[in-house]
Design a protein around this ligand. Structure first.
Ligand SMILES: NC(=O)c1ccc[n+]([C@@H]2O[C@H](COP(=O)([O-])OP(=O)(O)OC[C@H]3O[C@@H](n4cnc5c(N)ncnc54)[C@H](OP(=O)(O)O)[C@@H]3O)[C@@H](O)[C@H]2O)c1
Length: 320
């Protein structure tokens, strides 16, 4: 019997790539979303769409029946975390309780607060000194404290790759390449943690396959690619086959306008992530699954730019 995964938020950035990766690995996938799944996923025989709101407890409990793994890949709009993040987490917890499935949460680095150290291990203390850090700490605490479920957090840096827009990679870095510009939100010499989504999704599959060893609550870190802005910019130039001028975001203007533009206010609170070098230590993940999926950096950037609709050079296409 193939194993079954329920993915909450399957039409999202991570959710779509997860659905494809689990189906490719032979799993039966129940793909929850409010909006329709892209045709590339909806047409796959191993993927069954579950169209409902994640806060519809009865529909989610039914979708969870018989699942071996539930993945909480929901993400409220950035400006609505205060109101929605914990109810959505509670919905995922309820789904796992209803089915006895392992609950997997894609974690981020917000838990370490705005003075995060350069190397983040699974033992690094959390620091709730931003609103979003407090929400993420509380989310994970609820997973850990819920009796009767096994859960694991797989923490990663900023997503790139995949066809669903909305990441820093496509909204900032790649946004002006047609005009010859590489837009980087911070100093170019500061290392930043990135997670190439196809690699991260394959790591999720491998963790799910180890669910018998994941009794209780666990935390794993996915290292991905830790690179500076300079390194990312050079990879863009190589992919495109032409030089780019580097520029930054108009942070001062964003600060001035932030009382009127809630999204800019939220982005300003996260600016520290571009100013403080950080990388994730994947020792615990490697100990569980062995070699962690890792596409070579340039190849990942080429594919992510193509996914974002940016034309990469014909030499790069030929090489790929
Ligand atoms: N983005 C990153 O760089 C990053 C990095 C590390 C960790 N993470 C974590 O990974 C998880 C997934 O992130 P993502 O970027 O893949 O998410 P996303 O694409 O922004 O959103 C995922 C899905 O959440 C659902 N959703 C949004 N608001 C909702 C609401 N009010 N009620 C019910 N469902 C709602 C939407 O699905 P429907 O509209 O179809 O229902 C959406 O497609 C989050 O926990 C995030 O913090 C993200």
């Amino acid at each position: 019997m193939p194993s079954t995964v329920l993915i909450l938020g399957a039409a999202g950035r991570l959710g779509q790539v997860l659905a494809g990766a689990f189906a490719d690995a032979g799993w039966r996938v129940r793909a929850q979303s409010r909006k329709p799944l892209p045709a590339t996923l909806a047409e796959q025989p191993r993927i069954r769409a579950v169209r409902c709101d994640a806060l519809d407890a009865a529909a989610i409990a039914q979708a969870a029946q018989g699942a071996d793994v539930v993945i909480h890949a929901l993400n409220p709009p950035y400006t609505e975390w205060d109101r929605l993040a914990l109810p959505l987490a509670d919905a995922a917890i309820a789904a796992a309780r209803a089915s006895g499935a392992l609950l997997i949460l894609p974690g981020n680095v917000y838990n370490f607060g705005n003075e995060l150290p350069p190397v983040l291990t699974t033992a690094t203390p959390e620091r709730g000194n931003t609103a979003k850090a407090r929400i993420r700490i509380e989310t994970e605490a609820r997973l850990a404290a819920t009796a009767g479920i096994d859960s694991v957090v797989i923490r990663a840096g900023d997503f790139f790759g995949g066809t669903q827009p909305g990441s820093w990679f496509d909204l900032a870095l790649a946004s002006k390449v047609a005009a010859g510009r590489f837009v980087y939100p911070g100093p170019l010499d500061v290392a930043h943690a990135w997670a190439y989504l196809p690699d991260l999704a394959r790591a999720f599959v491998r963790v799910a396959e180890q669910r018998a060893r994941l009794v209780g609550h666990h935390r794993l870190h996915f290292a991905g690619h830790c690179v500076t802005g300079d390194e990312m910019g050079r990879a863009f130039e190589l992919a495109l086959g032409r030089p780019l001028r580097s520029g930054t975001l108009p942070w001062s203007l964003m600060r001035l306008a932030s009382p009127l533009v809630p999204m800019w206010r939220e982005l300003l609170t996260m600016r520290y992530l571009w100013q403080r070098p950080h990388q994730l230590d994947a020792a615990a993940l490697g100990a569980l699954i062995g070699p962690v999926p890792q596409t070579p950096f340039q190849q990942a950037v080429n594919a992510a730019l193509a996914d974002a609709g940016v034309l990469i050079s014909s030499a790069r296409v030929a090489a790929a």
